[in-house]
Design a protein around this ligand. Structure first.
Ligand code: GLY
Length: 269
């Protein structure tokens, strides 16, 4: 089973002043503290840098409340990137705003209408892409991703998502061979043959962790998950992202990470 390369670089985007108008699917709208959201975002960037990631901070998009969630715009792979088609009108421009940045570092492929695909629905494990079939990613999007990435040796497995926004809201891969999951939200059958660890019942959001090189970032709201991962020998760093979680976000949504390669290989013939 091939490993997912450790990230060396990443994009983030500063928190928009209009964050309070963000999209919400399952959460009730709460009052946002923008200054606190920006402090938490800055601490997140420092955590990535501490873990050895070179971070490019893109400017705030004042009129795009959810643009801070850059992960949703694209799927970064070793040899290519795929620009998503975000499923909501309010987020539709986010892809085109980051495309030129991505094109500097990867050959860029595009998801075409009527397909919808958001990066938050794509969990990479080695050369396997688990893709959530959610309110934001449809079967046509999954099929197009499969067609684009197959020549580069990737396989795509669709995963049923209900009860949460994206696949990675409820499933991530914190270490080789290990999948964390909230089975109330994610159809675990897709992960057959792998070790699957369920979140503590009291921490439904606990599966959204972010492995970065030798560390695993875990939201401060999931202390039980942090303890479980520590007990497995993982180097856990807890991060407070409460203001961003009000926007139905997790640690993964806040960055688009990739591994720099000097000579990306071409597609296999
Ligand atoms: N607030 C994150 C999203 O709904 O896209």
């Amino acid at each position: 089973m091939s490993r997912t390369p450790d990230p060396t670089h990443g994009f983030v985007r500063s928190v928009s002043r209009s964050l309070a108008a963000c999209e919400l699917l399952h959460l009730a709208r709460q009052k946002f503290d923008l200054a606190r959201a920006r402090q938490q975002h800055a601490a997140y960037v420092r955590a990535l840098e501490d873990a050895g990631v070179h971070v490019t901070v893109l400017p705030e998009e004042p009129d795009l409340p959810d643009a801070v969630f850059v992960e949703d715009t694209a799927v970064m792979l070793d040899e290519l990137a795929v620009l998503g088609r975000l499923g909501l009108a309010s987020r539709a421009r986010e892809g085109e705003l980051i495309a030129s940045e991505i094109e500097r570092v990867r050959k860029l492929f595009f998801i075409q209408a009527p397909a919808k695909l958001e990066g938050g629905d794509v969990l990479r494990v080695g050369k396997t892409l688990f893709v959530g079939r959610s309110t934001r990613t449809n079967q046509t999007g999954i099929d197009q991703l499969r067609e684009i990435t197959a020549p580069f040796g990737y396989s795509v497995i669709a995963v049923g998502v209900t009860g949460c926004l994206h696949l990675k809201t409820g499933a991530t891969a914190p270490a080789p061979g290990l999948i964390l999951v909230n089975p109330a939200w994610i159809d675990v059958a897709a992960f057959r043959g792998r070790e699957v660890l369920s979140v503590p019942e009291t921490e439904p959001w606990g599966a959204n962790v972010l492995p970065v090189n030798d560390q695993v970032l875990v939201a401060a709201s999931s202390p039980g998950m942090a303890e479980i991962l520590k007990a497995r020998g993982l180097n856990v760093r807890s991060l407070e992202i409460s203001e961003l979680q009000k926007a139905e976000a997790g640690l993964t949504c806040l960055s688009l990470l990739y591994s720099e390669r000097s000579e990306p290989p071409g597609p296999r013939c």
